[in-house]
Design a protein around this ligand. Sequence first.
Ligand SMILES: [Zn+2]
Length: 125
Amino acid sequence: MSQNSGKPLVSDDGKNSATIVCSFCPSVILRPKSAKYVVKEDGLSIPQMVTTKKGEETKFESDSVKDFWLVSDMYDFENVGFCNTVDSWKYLACADCEIGPIGAHKIQTKEFLLSVERTMQKTAD
Ligand SMILES: [Zn+2]
């Protein structure tokens, strides 16, 4: 098994070919082929992910996120929760370690956007 946080691994039909897992715990967020890879050219502003791990503070500098896994049904997720709501956006967090935001959901739409760079891809290579 190997983990990859770089280039999105996309299958011929534009879906995730790897299992998407949390960057901080082994929790599986998406099974292969359950989300579509999308790029938001203008970027989507998501609050910085701040976490305390063994007394160390990890900060992600970029607020503008462009690469996403698009999920149109909440039930396609294996493990996901909500951390906070700002205006018309609900932010997604890992259901196990509750670290986030790892993505965003616009309320009253069926768009769930999971950040590629804030999650890990796990392949069976
Ligand atoms: Zn986690």
